[in-house]
Design a binder for this molecule. Structure first.
Ligand code: G3H
Ligand code: 13P
Ligand code: ZN
Length: 361
């Protein structure tokens, strides 16, 4: 089956009331793990590559890998998405390499560290939307800065994200501004800030409404019922995976992620894309540790990678089942990019806000 755009997939998810996990990939093993889970439960797939993934694997390798996966799993629609694009060039070069969707993260400046102001964010996001929509590709924007409501700090754990202290206002997307942002940029999906952050160390206790502001999602969905919302930093960091990692000499201090039941609550309130990287990393590396410690003479990398792939496959499958993605792939008839481009040009895909279609300028 051909690659699907994010917009077509999330429109389907909204119609049918499900969410789609967006798993980060860097290599073949992660690609196969996701696809084996998807084929087992008939789920459409979003795979996303960060800038780090693109420089790790290389654009040609990633692009050919997605070609291979579409050929190997013809029944599964695959959306290939740029995660956290930092400027126009990152987003447009992704599209040149066959990505059907990009995130223009204008909540931060090009250095991916400095919080940007609203006008900067609108201008750069709108430029990417115009260019992407000309060729039928989709765009996710972000309003609000990811970071911890517990500590008031940006997230620097995996080397990117806002630096320094952030105000409560910056850490929570403002619902009024979200309405303006969608009208001004015409993004296909909107990532919002509500207390989640990337990496394993999201919360120092099981999160409640003070530190995981699900009410912000509910309020934004009330005002923008037709806009697809995106939750970043949505790994659950399951206790069982922490324990497995630590049982083989790992030193992960006790931590809490986003409980799956909160994500499911988000899906009931307009969340359609759920970003997950850390859980997949942890599922794989816990197996590496287990093999390294349990079979100390083993030196065939496949003996490490196969159980790691299997663990990631099982995690992905569980997310497909819990988010309602399972059983949906065979219901989707994929539209080519050219057909999406025509729809954008006709205004048919402009955002609908308060029952009114925001006309193309
Ligand atoms: O954006 C966050 C993802 O977890 C990607 O992380 O930049 O280390 O590939 P990365
Ligand atoms: P996690 O670190 O919670 O997996 O979040 C990943 C993410 O948001 C990628 O954009
Ligand atoms: Zn993210």
């Amino acid at each position: 089956m051909a690659r699907i755009t994010l917009r077509q997939l999330l429109d389907h998810a909204a119609e049918q009331g499900y969410g789609v996990p967006a798993f980060n990939i860097n290599n073949m093993e992660q690609g196969i793990a996701i696809m084996e889970a998807a084929i087992a439960v008939d789920a459409p797939v979003i795979m996303q590559a960060s800038r780090g993934a693109r420089s790790y694997a290389g654009d040609i390798m990633l692009s050919r890998m997605i070609d291979a996966l579409t050929e190997m799993y013809p029944a599964i629609p695959i959306c290939m998405h740029q995660d956290h694009g930092n400027n126009e060039a990152t987003c447009l070069s992704a599209i040149q390499h066959g990505f059907t969707s990009v995130m223009m993260d204008g909540s931060l400046k090009e250095d991916a560290k400095t919080p940007a102001d609203y006008d900067y964010n609108v201008a750069i996001t709108r430029r990417v939307v115009d260019a992407a929509h000309w060729v039928g590709a989709s765009v996710e924007g972000e309003l609000g800065v990811l970071g911890s409501l517990e500590s008031g700090a940006g997230e620097q754990e995996d080397g990117h994200g806002a630096e320094g202290a952030l105000s409560h206002d910056q850490l929570l997307t403002d619902p009024d501004q979200a309405v303006e942002f969608v009208a001004a940029t015409k993004v296909d999906a909107l990532a919002i800030a509500m207390g989640t952050s990337h990496g394993a160390y999201k919360f120092s206790r099981k999160p409640d409404g003070d530190i995981l502001a699900m009410n912000v999602i509910e309020e934004i969905h009330r005002r923008l019922p037709n806009i697809h919302l995106v939750m970043h930093g949505s790994s659950s960091v399951p206790q069982a995976l922490q324990d497995l990692f630590n049982a083989s000499g790992g030193e992960m201090p006790q931590t809490w992620g986003v409980p799956v039941e909160e994500i499911v609550r988000g899906i009931r309130h307009g969340v359609r894309k759920v970003n997950i990287d850390t859980d997949c990393r942890l599922a794989m590396t816990a197996q590496f540790r287990k093999v390294a410690v349990g079979s100390t003479s083993e030196f065939d990398p496949r003996k490490f990678l196969k159980p790691a792939m299997d663990a990631m496959r099982d995690l992905c499958r569980e997310r497909f089942e819990l988010f309602g993605t399972a059983g949906q792939a065979s219901k989707i008839k994929v539209l080519p990019l050219a057909a999406m481009a025509k729809r954008y040009a006709s205004g048919a895909l402009d955002p609908v806000i308060g029952g009114v279609r925001v006309a193309a300028e």
